[in-house]
Design a protein around this ligand. Structure first.
Ligand code: FAD
Ligand code: DHB
Length: 390
């Protein structure tokens, strides 16, 4: 079978790219390893930047987000036992929207379905061929066990950090920048009403904790833990005890409730340069990973895909190869801005087990500066709500 663009991976990056391309008259096929139910229920990021929200709304997939997402006009940095609010809207004129990544995925899958755009779920053995030619091929086994071949003009590698696209590109020896952090996150979903209407990022000497929101009844908590620990090291009692200690503040009473989910997310930064080889173009987690503290992973994927959609349209519809040639270069400035912001938020909020008392005092001085200088707070807020596209 022939298609203009073969999209490997049906996460936020692959689905949004496919939808954008089809809006511009470029035919795609999305190949996704997991089932539809699996990708629609995979709970991950929760914060949509302003530019992400505008883009989704602009292409007509924002109705449910507008109805169910929660606009956040500020967030708190909690340290020294009290909250220091960053008033996002006051400082930038923009806000963020708390709307789960799996909801964005559901909306995009549904939009494909409505327009009759193809997504093949549960494919296996995906392999990429002839990437240095103008007719690359993708081979795979479909859900029915039949071997297939897809011929296309370009392959979009949107299959995350552990997919075949990153691995294939790695064989061409790109430059890979990585940084591992000496901590991990325990993500906990609790059936208890959030005690505060905005997100709280708490710096505490016992370690970082983030108090986030899923709904009026469900709270999402993330706790800094030792990366060698496992979920079984964190029985419910220990989770609540640690949350209470780290979130201590006057008038703040955390209400315990049943824990619905517990998982561990490692903290890493990765950038692959360039994000392309021949006719293979990486987008989203396939090209880069950010530590989750800045809430940027999905948003950065959206920014890549917006550029890739433009470049692929120029290639496919106008036989103009110049934008695809510059694709990686055009993404990397934002990628490094977002890496910088994510590393900054991470360093500001976590307890580094190797840090001395001096480093700890500097961390608090930085937090004081951010919450007392309007200029410093504005810079933080600009990154948090999302740098404008272009
Ligand atoms: P993905 O969402 O990973 O999508 C890739 C898709 O490709 C998947 O559907 C996968 O099944 C599919 N795939 C993989 N291999 C193949 C293959 N060989 N063939 C076909 N399909 C394949 N960000 C935050 O901001 N906050 C968070 O709290 C947060 N938590 C996270 C927790 C975890 C466990 C992970 C992994 C990520 C988290 N992130 C978080 C990051 C954020 O979710 C990602 O940045 C975002 O999902 C990137 O979207 P993507 O489409 O590039 O990749
Ligand atoms: C959420 C995740 C983040 O990484 C973050 O910085 C803020 C919120 C969340 O899942 O709610």
């Amino acid at each position: 079978r022939d298609v203009a663009v073969g999209v490997v991976g049906g996460g936020p990056a692959g689905l949004l790219l496919s939808y954008l391309l089809n809006l511009q008259g470029v035919e795609t096929l999305v190949l996704e390893a997991r089932s539809r139910a699996h990708v629609e229920q995979r709970v991950r990021a929760g914060v949509c930047e302003h530019p992400t929200v505008e883009l989704l709304r602009g292409i007509g997939v924002g109705a449910r987000m507008d109805a169910q997402g929660m606009m956040h006009h500020g967030f708190s940095l909690r340290f020294d036992g009290r909250d220091h609010r960053i008033p996002l809207t006051e400082l930038t004129g923009k806000c963020t929207t708390v709307y789960g990544q799996q909801e964005v995925v559901k909306d995009l899958v549904h939009a494909h379905e409505e327009k009759g755009l193809p997504i093949e779920f549960e494919v296996a053995d995906v392999a990429l061929h002839d990437l240095d030619s103008e007719r690359p091929r993708i081979t795979y086994t479909d859900a029915g066990g039949v071997r297939r071949e897809l011929r296309c003009l370009a392959v979009a590698g949107c299959d995350g950090a552990h997919g075949v696209s990153r691995a294939t590109l790695a064989a061409t020896r790109p430059r890979v920048y990585t940084h591992d952090y000496p901590y991990a996150w325990l993500a906990v979903l609790a059936r208890t009403p959030p005690v505060h209407g905005e997100l709280i990022y708490a710096n505490h000497e016992r370690g970082f904790v983030l108090h986030s929101i899923r709904s009026h009844e469900v709270t999402q908590l993330y706790l800094q833990i030792d990366p060698r620990e496992e979920v079984t090291d964190w029985p419910d009692d220990r989770v609540w005890e640690e949350c209470r200690l780290r979130l201590t503040a006057e008038g703040f009473g955390l209400r315990e409730g049943p824990l619905l989910e517990k998982s561990i997310a490692p903290m890493r930064s990765v950038v692959v340069e360039p994000m392309q080889y021949g006719r293979l173009f990486l987008a989203g987690d396939a090209a880069h990973i950010v530590p989750p503290t800045g809430a940027k992973g999905m948003n950065l994927a959206v920014a890549d895909v917006r550029r890739l959609a433009y470049a692929l349209r120029r290639l496919v519809r106008h036989s103009d190869p110049r934008p695809v040639t510059r694709y990686s270069e055009s993404c990397l400035e934002r990628v490094w801005q977002v890496q910088h912001f994510s590393a900054l938020m991470t360093g500001l909020l976590h307890r580094d087990p190797a840090a001395d008392d001096f480093a700890r005092k500097l961390q608090l001085a930085r937090l004081h500066n951010l919450t007392t200088s309007r200029a410093a707070a504005t810079s933080l807020a600009e990154h948090y709500v999302g740098l404008p596209f272009d």
